[in-house]
Write a protein that binds this ligand. Structure first.
Ligand SMILES: Cc1cc2nc3c(=O)[nH]c(=O)nc-3n(C[C@H](O)[C@H](O)[C@H](O)COP(=O)(O)OP(=O)(O)OC[C@H]3O[C@@H](n4cnc5c(N)ncnc54)[C@H](O)[C@@H]3O)c2cc1C
Length: 292
C-alpha cells in the first residue's frame, strides 16, 4: 500500500527543525530513519499532515563518550552505535543489544534515538535505556529538557516526546567498575522482534560478591519494565548468587499478555529462563572486568 498524502520539510539545522516543528504543532511528525514510520504510513495506521525529515541535521550525527555516559545524537544510525569502539568499551550492553535489532539493512538506516522515541515495547534499546537509568534530551523552540528513562516510556508506541518537540540525544550511563551486563532474547527468526527479551546488570562489591542484580524486559509489558532482583539473587551475606531464585522472583512479578506470537504462559516461561541466563552472563562479565 501507499502512504496517504503528506507535506514534507527537510530542515538544514536543529534550530530550523525546531521552528518548523513549533509552527506545525500536532500536524507535524519527525521522520528519522523511517524504518518504523514508513511501514506505519504505508499500512495507513497513521496519517500525519506533515513530515519533518531530520536527515540533514548532521550536527546530530554523533556518538560521544565521556566519563559519565555514551551520548548518541538523533541522527546516529544503529549501525554507527554498534560499531563504535569507545561506546563499546564504556557500555558494552549497547553493542550486545544492537546486534539483536532487526537486520543489517534496517540498522544501517534506523536510528537509536528514533527507536526510543518510537517506544515499541518490543524494542531492545528501550529496555537498555530503562535498565541503565539513561535519559533522553528533548528539545523544542522553547528550550530543552532531560527526561529520565522511567518517565520517558508512557505506553506502547507512546513516549514523552510531545508535538512540536525533537528528541536530540540519548545518554546511556557508562558501566561502573565491577559491573557487567548481558542481553538475551528469543525471536521466531533471526532479526525478528523478540517474543521475549531480558537485559541484565550485575554489580559486584570489592570482595567479588553480588551487591546488585537488575533486569529489564521487552515484549512482556506496555513499557519497559525493570525489576530489582538483588534480594532473591543474593540469599545471604557470603552466599553464592542464586540466579534461579532471581528468575523465580521475576516470574512472580511479570504478567505478560498473549498475542499472535506466543501465549502468556510461554512468555512467562521464557522470561524466567532468560532472566537466569542474562544474570549469569552479566555476572561473568562483571567477574572478567574485575579481574582485568
Ligand atoms: C522489518 C523490521 C524489523 C525490525 N526489527 C526491529 C527489532 O528487532 N528491534 C527493534 O528495536 N527495532 C526493530 N525495527 C525498527 C527499527 O529499529 C527502527 O529503525 C526504529 O524503531 C525507529 O528508528 P527510525 O530512525 O527508523 O525512526 P522512524 O521510523 O523515522 O520514526 C519512528 C517514530 O519515532 C519518531 N521519531 C524518530 N526520531 C525522532 C526524534 N529524533 N525525535 C522525535 N521523534 C522521533 C517518528 O516521528 C516516528 O513516530 C525493525 C524495523 C523493521 C522495518
Amino acid at each position: 500500500m501507499k502512504p496517504p498524502p503528506f507535506g514534507y520539510s527537510r530542515p538544514e539545522s536543529v534550530a530550523e527543525a525546531l521552528t518548523t516543528l513549533a509552527d506545525l504543532g500536532a500536524d507535524g511528525k519527525v521522520l528519522a530513519g523511517g524504518q518504523s514510520l514508513l511501514p506505519i504510513l504505508s499500512m495507513r495506521l497513521a496519517a500525519p499532515h506533515h513530515l519533518v525529515d531530520i536527515n540533514r541535521l548532521h550536527e546530530l550525527d554523533y556518538v560521544r563518550v565521556d566519563a559519565q555516559a555514551v551520548r548518541v545524537g538523533a541522527l546516529a544510525r544503529h549501525a554507527h552505535v554498534l560499531a563504535d569502539e569507545d561506546a563499546y568499551r564504556a557500555q558494552p550492553l549497547l553493542r550486545t543489544a544492537l546486534r539483536l535489532v532487526a537486520h543489517a539493512t534496517i540498522r544501517n538506516r534506523g536510528t537509536t534515538v528514533g527507536s526510543l522515541a518510537h517506544a515499541d515495547p518490543a524494542g531492545e534499546m528501550t529496555a537498555v535505556l530503562a535498565l541503565l537509568d539513561g535519559t533522553v534530551r528533548v528539545a523544542s523552540a522553547g528550550g530543552a529538557r532531560d527526561v529520565a528513562a522511567g518517565d520517558f516510556f508512557l505506553g506502547p508506541l507512546e513516549s514523552a516526546v510531545q508535538a512540536g518537540e525533537l528528541a536530540v540525544e540519548a545518554s546511556f550511563p557508562v558501566l561502573p567498575a565491577g559491573a557487567g551486563t548481558e542481553f538475551v532474547e528469543v525471536a521466531r527468526r533471526h532479526g525478528d522482534y523478540a517474543v521475549c527479551g531480558v537485559a541484565a546488570l550485575v554489580q559486584l562489591d570489592a570482595t567479588g560478591a553480588v551487591s546488585a542484580a537488575r533486569a529489564a524486559y521487552l515484549s512482556v509489558s506496555a513499557t519497559p519494565l525493570v525489576l530489582d532482583l538483588t534480594e532473591a539473587a543474593v540469599p545471604g551475606s557470603g552466599a553464592a548468587p542464586d540466579f534461579a531464585a532471581a528468575a523465580d522472583a521475576a516470574r512472580g512479578q511479570l504478567e505478560p499478555e498473549a498475542d499472535i506470537h506466543a501465549t502468556a504462559d510461554y512468555r512467562l516461561h521464557l522470561a524466567g529462563v532468560l532472566t537466569a541466563r542474562a544474570l549469569e552472563g552479566a555476572y561473568r562479565q562483571a567477574q572478567e572486568r574485575s579481574r582485568a
